[in-house]
Design a binder for this molecule. Sequence first.
Ligand code: CP
Length: 340
Amino acid sequence: MTPTATALHRTLATPPAPESAFPHNPGSLLSILDLSVEGVSRLLARATELEHMDPIVRDRILAKHRIALLFYESSTRTRTSFELACKSLGADTALISNLSSSIEKGESLKDTGLTLRALGAEAIILRHNSSGAPWLLEASTHLPVVNAGDGMHEHPTQALLDLRTILAHLRPGVTAVGPETLAGVTVTIVGDILHSRVARSNMLLLPRLGARVLFCGPKELLPEQAAHAAPRIEIERDFDRALAQSQAVMMLRIQAERLAGLQLDLDEYKAKYQLTGQRLAAHAPTAIVMHPGPIIRGMEITAGVADGPQSTILEQVTNGLAIRMAVMERALKHEQGEGA
Ligand code: CP
């Protein structure tokens, strides 16, 4: 097996941590698999309630609770929306970045987590460049830990906000989801599947609601084994054919920071996999166009498509706030009835 295929096998095909061991804390959200379909449905409904709630009432839900945002990787959307979500519920937040803390001096993740707990943090939101880091932090601190993206592994709140976006367009008015809610829907995920935690969390969520997930990309970024990573996953390497089958198309950035020496012919990549206005009009004129961000205009997507009428990119960002309010309420109020 080549190094990239081995990485994909570990990333996409290896089962998650044993259910009996993790999560230790019922408020944690380490993997999207920590949530049952009923748990997903409850979170979606609660996100909508919180979004529409009187801000003064909402402000009391987590009043004076302390939440730490621990970010070892850069972020715009996830970090800001988690922070605003916590503050919207009345919580006090502290942001710790690897670039301006004692992490720079060599302090370990475990010691950083224990320090934050000693300072009164009641939950930690973690983004880390190593897959599995949230599991280590949870095991070390026993606090509720929310995974805000770990390496090439998972990004569970991104999958939830993506689901909220898909439902708003393809199942408007649906207030509860179940195993057949997305029956008949094909979501195509395009590009750097190999390095994408967004692809992994979506492929572990959408098929459980009945959707078919179609992966599309070159062999270097999408090895054949991906088709066996979860039920209802298929590979279609021809982008035009994939688009023609799609009700939603999710474009991914090439993750230059994780390519580890892999050389790609970017002109060839763009010719085959860039989402252009012409391609979209010809093959998927009614599909919604999604992207987790950050987008690289002129690479995986043209500016015209990113800003065009089929784009839901900024709606996804907005949906992140409501979803993360519901996730953080669950993290700290889990014992009061919001089960998995
Ligand atoms: N979608 C996403 O995780 O974006 P950020 O890296 O900006 O948080």
